[in-house]
Design a protein around this ligand. Structure first.
Ligand SMILES: [Zn+2]
Length: 384
């Protein structure tokens, strides 16, 4: 075997063992050897290395068989940290997350709609600095951060190509934030980060094919195929908000006529509702729906029909094992779930319906920061 291949294999084995300890620990060396099929000597050497690097620690002794004691190994939760950031139109969330995905600290700050790119970045930088100091975490332990936001993102280069909701265009976000904070930065679309958190710690855990649909200020989806995020050619796979559902319908801010978003997003619902009643926010529409005001029932009936159609189309395209519904619509108006479920029954083709589970996200508004933190870990952690 070439030296290069040997090194690669060594690294892969080490990753395998660490993942196993992370997922199944506390666990004995014997058990690790049994599961991985590696020799007990190799396992002892790898665990020793991981211990030296601070990734694992030995825990209590357990009795294994007659009169024998085995030492278990477990992962060291605070060996490293990443920071997940969720930037939305009117608020920003930032979280410090440890190696196993526990949120150590989470803060939420307001974002003014008039605020420009530089102002938002300087605000984030200051808050992160305070947060790290407050939690007494040394900078060396933070391996990087990840930002999730709505829009078209050049994931490879960390550039925000276009975000209508933030009014950002061609912004080298990863580069700018690295300069300000010194940390390495990953940037991605918010829904892609959300599905990562569902895949690692949420409702898509252990699933190979999954789709997440987010409904709130906009509508979009993210797709995992065979355990990998499906990005398409320009990272826009899943942007169902701009699928056309009525060529004679509403005008979309993208310039086309009849995009799905113009029937489902909060802005669209509110604009239509204002034709009937003077309202201040989307919450008023939901309140009217609860009070069984007919106009609100009509508008949300159209919304849920189009949403059910979108879900049924996605299921035919990707045939996932699980479809996760998330976002403000379901958090603010849980009553709507029943309506969606009825329409899901009506519009979904039997062969794909039989094999799918439709569930709701339980990570709520922490999905993006958690997914970001996990994605930063996956992208930036390099085990030597
Ligand atoms: Zn559009």
């Amino acid at each position: 075997m070439e030296k290069q291949d040997q090194l690669l294999m060594k690294k892969q084995n080490k990753n395998l063992v660490l993942d196993l300890i992370k997922g199944r620990g506390p666990i004995s060396r014997t058990e690790i050897a049994k599961i991985t099929g590696m020799s007990p000597t190799s396992i002892s050497r790898i665990v020793h290395d991981l211990h030296e690097q601070g990734f694992v620690r030995e825990t209590e002794l357990v009795t294994s068989g007659v009169g024998r004691k085995a030492v278990l190994v477990d992962v060291e939760k605070d060996v490293l940290f990443t920071i997940g950031i969720d930037i939305d139109k009117s608020n920003i969330k930032m979280a410090i997350v440890n190696y196993v995905g526990d949120i150590i600290d989470l803060i939420e700050i307001q974002r003014n709609h008039s605020e420009n790119y530089e102002e938002t970045l300087s605000k984030i930088t200051n808050h992160i600095r305070d947060m790290i100091e407050h939690n007494r975490i040394s900078n060396e332990k933070i391996i990087g951060m990840a930002v999730g936001l709505p829009g078209y993102i050049d994931y490879k280069n960390g550039v925000v190509k276009l975000s209508d909701q933030l009014s950002w265009k061609e912004k080298p976000l990863a580069e700018d934030l690295k300069r300000l904070t010194t940390f390495d930065v990953v940037v991605d679309n918010e829904l892609k980060m959300k599905i990562i958190s569902e895949y690692f710690i949420g409702r898509a855990k252990g699933v190979k094919n999954a789709v997440l649909v987010g409904v709130g200020t906009g509508i979009g989806s993210a797709i995992i195929l065979n355990g990998e995020i499906y990005r398409g050619e320009s990272n826009n796979a899943g942007e169902i908000g701009h699928t056309v559902i009525d060529p004679t319908g509403n005008v979309c801010n993208c310039g086309k006529i009849g995009c799905l978003a113009t029937y489902i997003s909060e802005g669209a619902i509110l604009a239509d509702s204002r034709k009937v009643k003077d309202l201040t926010s989307i919450d008023d529409v939901y309140e009217a729906f609860r009070n069984r005001e007919q106009w609100a029932i009509n508008i949300l009936d159209r919304t849920t029909t189009y949403l059910a159609l979108a879900i049924s189309n996605i299921l035919c395209l990707y045939n996932p094992e699980v479809i996760i519904l998330s976002g403000n619509l379901f958090e603010k108006l849980p009553e709507i779930k029943e309506v969606i479920e009825t329409k899901f029954e009506i519009y979904t083709w039997e062969p794909v319906k039989e094999t799918v589970r439709m569930v709701y996200s339980q990570l709520n508004n922490q999905g993006v920061v958690l997914g970001g933190a996990i994605q930063a870990q996956n992208a930036l952690l390099d085990l030597d």
